[in-house]
Structures are given as C-alpha cells and as structure tokens.
Design a protein around this ligand. Structure first.
Ligand code: CA
Ligand code: CA
Ligand code: CA
Ligand code: CA
Length: 240
C-alpha cells in the first residue's frame, strides 16, 4: 500500500484538475480571429505578431472576476489580481496575476478554460507569457506548461480522445519581469494514448485549456509567490 501512495496522489491530482476543467469548460468553443483584442498595445513593435491574446488581466479586478473569466487555481496555488508588481513596460499596463503558495497539498498550478477556436501554425507559432519571480523565492521554479485541445470537435474536454501537450521550463529568481517564449513545436504529447498525437489547434478543433503547473513543489513555502502577465500565442519568438 505504501509504495502505491505516489501513484494514488498523482491520480487524484489528475482527477481534480480534470474535474476543475470540466466545471469551467464552455459547451461550445468560441471562434476567434488571429490577432484580436490587442489594439491598445499598438506602440509595441512585436504586437502584430500576436495570434491570440489569452489574457492581459487588464479587464479583471478581483478574484471573482478571475473566476468569471474561467481562470482557476488548484492545489497550493492561489491566484489573485495584482496591481503593485508591474514594471513600466507598456505591455504590462496595470494588472497581472499573482500566484501565492499555501496549503497542505504537494502540488499546485493554475490556468484558464480558454474555449476558443483559432488557427495556430504549430510549426512556427510560440506560446508566451511575462513572468516575475521575486529574489526572495531563492530556489529555481520548474513550470510544466500544458495545452489541451479538442481533437474530436465536440466542444468538451475528453481525456481519452483529446490531446494534452506539455513543456517544462525552469524559472530563476531574478526579481525582474521576463518574457518566456516557447515554440509550439517543442511541446510533447502528454497522453500518447489519446488524441491524434498532432498539435493541431485550428478553427475546427480548438484550444480548451492552458495550464501552468508547478513541478518542484517540495521546497515551496507560503513565502513563495510568482507574477504572470500577457499570456499569448505569437507568430514568432518574442523577446522584450
Ligand atoms: Ca497586464
Ligand atoms: Ca473533445
Ligand atoms: Ca495525445
Ligand atoms: Ca491533436
């Protein structure tokens, strides 16, 4: 029984995440044109590279509005809107999301039920976000980025039929905002037995969920926090 504990924990985490996603999943995905809703960032030279803005958190004011925008935190990751940490970069604007660690779980992450059909060029497009890791975090953070797509075009997440993709990335406690930009072609199939094994988010088969999970949680304490902003897909690699 004792040696089954890690496996049981992993299974229960997966079940909780799936339950969360189902609870926020929209019945039908919304069609989104590439490059919508970025007009106020026209002064940023790479902004015409944005294919899909997942969120800049500017329209959100509190935890309730985060929840209403289909954001969720699970395990020890608690999310809220923050307006104190942003730098003077135009891309930051006013608000970002703060993740604070706390609780008795040995896992945690956060994400958004995106529910959008958009044509992504998975050979060239990148997944991006800004992130600020305070120096007080000290330890490196390992993130597991996850994208879940709708392979069978039915508008719901079917864990036995829809692909899930992941990419792991270390974050260092630099105490400054940085842009993370990952090629979609570098994501790995998270469920080889489900989906068609091709990252093919399109007008037909959309994007259900974006999840940012924390991997090396053993050393995290309630003092650990992270800030994220401007989550988007772009046509090219982005650097500030
Ligand atoms: Ca922002
Ligand atoms: Ca599906
Ligand atoms: Ca798969
Ligand atoms: Ca697929």
């Amino acid at each position: 029984m004792e040696q089954n504990k890690p496996a049981l924990k992993t299974l229960s985490v997966l079940l909780i995440v799936v339950a969360l996603i189902f609870s926020i999943e929209k019945k039908f995905l919304v069609r989104e044109l590439r490059g919508e809703s970025i007009s106020k960032y026209e002064s940023i030279k790479w902004v015409n590279q944005v294919a899909l803005l997942i969120d800049d958190f500017e329209g959100l004011t509190d935890t309730t509005s985060l929840k209403n925008a289909s954001f969720f935190g699970y395990g020890n990751a608690h999310i809220s809107i923050d307006s104190t940490q942003n730098d003077k970069n135009t891309i930051a604007s006013k608000n970002c999301v703060k993740v604070q660690w706390g609780g008795a779980y040995n896992y945690g992450g956060w994400g958004k039920g995106v529910g959008k059909n958009v044509e992504l060029n998975t050979a060239k497009d990148h997944f991006n976000f800004r992130v600020f890791v305070p120096k007080t975090n000290a330890d490196t953070t390992i993130l597991k980025l996850m994208l879940e797509e709708d392979d069978n075009f039915n508008g719901t997440l079917d864990t036995d039929k829809d692909d899930s993709w992941f990419y792991k990335i270390p974050l260092y406690s630099t105490g400054k905002w940085e842009m993370v930009s990952i090629p979609l072609k570098d994501f790995t199939d998270n469920n080889p037995n489900a989906g068609d094994g091709i990252l093919n988010i399109s007008r037909k088969s959309g994007l259900h969920t974006v999840i940012i999970a924390f991997e090396n949680v053993e050393r995290f304490t309630p003092e650990h926090k992270w800030y994220f902003d401007f989550i988007c897909f772009t046509k090219e690699k982005i650097s500030e």
